[in-house]
Design a protein around this ligand. Structure first.
Ligand code: NOJ
Length: 742
């Protein structure tokens, strides 16, 4: 596509584009244009001389990581009043799951399966960060994440393309509001385009090799959904995708993003990722790196200076077309225009609600309540009735740690605002129940067991032991990957020691990833998985422990039994030799010198069952739910038609509770093999004890489409299975056919 036709497409897509191109671009020197394509790091409260000069010379389009309001307004003033053309700045910040009021980590929010929770979390984050002049966040992170070793799974919305797309769009809406110009709306950024979640062996920044068909069917849909929802920007991934690092990947950025998707927003590199094209061995030097990135269409360079240093020469040499530069700068200016920065670049916090406002704190509590997943509850140890116990032993390094409960990526969150579990439990039970506390381990990684004795004695003399274990914040997030994902340090030994007392154990896990809980799952009575729950983790968890609310979260990601099962996800392919219980043979059951064919001959490991410990979509409630009577509006749908599916959902237990009804399909025969189950719909439904509701889902033939062997998106006629239930193991099934009406 020529740059001219790009400009034409841009002005068709965005009515403001023409105006900016004609009025502003016409006046800009090439140096000033390249300036707009450069993002520099802030200096936390001061502006060094070199930055002042760069701003005055119009050599900066954006500053990231400056949240001191006075400094931000001063940066804007210099850009607007002291540069030749007075172009305001984009102020970027990683506001990932809250600014001052911290919500559960994104993976936790995904466990709420609630668009409302996710949108509200992003709205509060936008309002709060706007008070400091931030107008652009680097979220949502919508990398499909199927490897819990990868630290950034914490920042993701889980393993499933449908759930991730739906919640990613909700997050975009929350950040961007109804109109980017509105006070308190900030630009969102869909990241990391693309395939970052498939980093080999779960090591951050590692190579990703993803066949194009899988890329299109699994990894790209959340990005397409975000683009369709109007996300203002995209960020290129650090990683190498099939041999071409994303920051120089012309196919991905031009062919897919621009030509197939007609995406009008702009693409920012990741931090230093253009310069790193040379480190990858993709380019020989910074100049080549600048060429590859600009040629691919990375509009803005984050922090490194290859554009600043080399783009002018590349244009002079005729390697990069000036129209291509105009096109890129035009996209950046368009966002500034859409944000209203040309009208008013300054921030007056009095025009915004206060940070940590009561309603923000209340929203964070709701999010934490809905994000916790009850994985186990033997003998209904939970909820605890305060009438039934005299004393509680609160044990563990995460029971009273306001910092660690906040999780990764909380640049602006402060532990002093956190409400911890220990405090919330004490507040809840008042004088009625004695609450004893033992930290037992210095931190989650500690192997010093000296304090175990005190914790054991406390558990012995208590009615229930409430254990708060997991991972500190720093063990997940960017560049914090693990090769084993058991509870670190001596936490398993602590559980074993407390279990020996015979006192019932409720284990609350705070972690940034699914942990392998196989070693301890049988040693505790209940497990409440709280992720890193944020500022209001304590009161939310106390409400769940004491039954004010029933847990209602469901897993957005599969929990493996052991790290060797990874990658393990529900939407796997059937294979030619699917694992079944009949074919499964454990190695201890194999006779010595058995003939080779006696090994089951199926896609299994010998030393662990093929199933996960806890499946995608799984989560218990204090109540029980029954699904019955699936009916379909028709058994055969034609291409272009929509099917209505109805099912009766009954709360057969004693608690009012939310249930997350999940709809899965399987396309039995495809021109490329299809997953054994695919999520196609979900609803969070509130049912009082004993109540029945009939709920309806709609499925159109477009929802059945997938990329085929020729990379065409089509729904293929044939038979489908359809399940409804409370997890990916739903067993209530029906069938329908997609027919070719022609
Ligand atoms: C690197 C991370 O990969 C990205 O997600 C983040 O937004 C940028 N740094 C900016 O901090």
């Amino acid at each position: 596509m020529s740059a001219n036709s790009c400009l034409k497409i841009m002005s068709e897509l965005n009515p403001h584009f023409d105006l900016i191109v004609s009025q502003l671009l016409a006046q800009m020197s090439l140096e000033e244009k390249i300036g707009q394509m450069s993002q520099l790091a802030g200096h936390e409260g001061w502006i060094p001389e070199h930055l002042i000069h760069a701003l005055q010379a119009g050599k900066v389009g954006s500053v990231l990581n400056e949240v001191d309001l006075r400094t931000v307004n001063e940066l804007q003033r210099i850009a607007v009043e002291e540069s030749r053309l007075g172009i305001p700045l984009l102020i970027g910040r990683d506001v990932i799951h809250g600014f001052k009021t911290i919500f559960p980590i994104p993976l936790g929010q995904a466990a709420s399966w609630s668009e409302e929770v996710v949108e509200q979390g992003a709205r509060v984050s936008a309002l709060e960060s706007s008070t400091c002049g931030v107008n652009w966040t680097f979220a949502p992170m919508i990398d499909i994440s199927r490897d819990p070793r990868w630290g950034r799974i914490a920042e993701s919305l889980g393993e499933d393309p449908y759930l991730c797309s739906t919640l990613g769009v909700a997050m975009v809406k929350g950040f961007q509001g109804k109109n980017l110009k509105d006070t308190g709306s900030i630009a969102a950024c869909a990241k990391h385009f693309a395939g970052y979640g498939a980093s080999e062996s779960g090591r951050d920044y590692n190579t990703a090799n993803i066949p194009e068909n899988e890329l299109r069917n699994v990894y790209l849909p959340p990005f397409k959904a975000a683009a369709d929802a109007g996300v203002a920007t995209f960020m290129a991934s650090f990683s190498d995708l099939n041999g071409v690092p994303a920051s120089g990947n012309e196919w991905l950025m031009k062919e897919v993003l621009r030509e197939e998707w007609n995406y009008p927003g702009f693409v920012v590199s990741d931090w230093d990722s253009i310069r790193q094209l040379t480190v990858h061995g993709f380019t020989a030097n910074d100049k080549e790196a600048a060429f590859e990135a600009a040629n691919a269409g990375i509009d803005m360079e984050m922090v490194s200076s290859t554009y600043h240093d080399h783009l002018q020469a590349l244009v002079a040499e005729g390697k990069i077309d000036i129209e291509q530069i105009d096109f890129m700068v035009g996209r950046i200016l368009t966002l500034k225009y859409d944000l209203g920065l040309f009208d008013n670049p300054y921030t007056d916090p009095s025009s915004l609600p206060k940070v940590l406002a009561d309603e923000n704190i209340a929203a964070a509590k709701q999010a934490a309540l809905k994000s916790c997943v009850l994985l186990k509850n033997s003998n209904n140890v939970l909820p605890i009735s305060t009438n039934a116990v005299n004393s509680l032993a609160v044990i563990g390094p995460l029971a009273n740690d306001g910092y660690e409960q906040l999780g990764t990526w909380i640049f602006d969150g402060e532990a002093q605002h956190s409400q911890t579990c220990l405090q919330a439990i004490k507040d809840f039970v008042g004088d009625d129940v004695e609450v004893k506390y033992a930290k037992a381990l210095k931190n989650t990684r500690s192997d010093d067991q000296d304090a175990f004795e005190h914790a054991i004695a406390m558990a012995k003399s208590s009615d229930v032991a409430l254990m708060f274990l997991g991972e500190e914040s720093i063990l997940s997030g960017e560049a914090h990957c693990r090769s084993t994902i058991d509870l670190p340090g001596s936490q398993e030994q602590l559980i074993e020691a407390i279990a020996e007392t015979g006192t019932p154990i409720v284990l609350v896990v705070m972690a940034g990833r699914p942990l392998t809980l196989t070693n301890i799952v049988d040693k505790v009575d209940s497990i409440l998985y709280a992720w890193h729950p944020g500022t209001m983790g304590g009161p939310a968890i106390a409400d769940l422990i004491f039954g004010v609310k029933s847990p209602s979260g469901k897993l957005p990601v599969t929990f493996p039994r052991t790290v060797g099962q990874i990658p393990l996800y529900y939407a796997q392919k059937h294979t030619g030799k699917p694992a079944t219980n009949d074919s499964f043979v454990h190695m201890n059951d194999i006779p010595e010198r058995a003939a080779q064919t006696s090994l089951g001959m199926a896609a299994t490991h010998l030393d662990t069952h093929f199933s996960p410990l806890f499946s995608f979509g799984y989560g218990l409630s204090y109540s029980k739910f029954e699904y019955s009577n699936i009916t379909l509006s028709k058994n055969n749908i034609a291409i272009g038609d929509t099917l209505t599916i109805s099912v009766q959902l009954t709360n057969t237990g004693d608690y009012d509770s939310d249930e997350i009804a999940q709809l899965y399909i399987r396309d039995l025969v495809g021109s490329v093999t299809r997953p054994v189950k695919e999520l196609k719909g979900f609803q969070r439904i509130h049912l009082t004890a004993g109540e029945t509701k009939t709920i309806h889902f709609e499925l159109s033939s477009d929802d059945l489409a997938f990329y085929d062997r020729k990379m065409q998106l089509n729904a293929e006629p044939g038979q489908f299975h359809l399940w409804l239930g409370g997890s990916s193991e739903a067993s209530l099934r029906t069938e329908f056919n997609l027919i070719d009406a022609k």
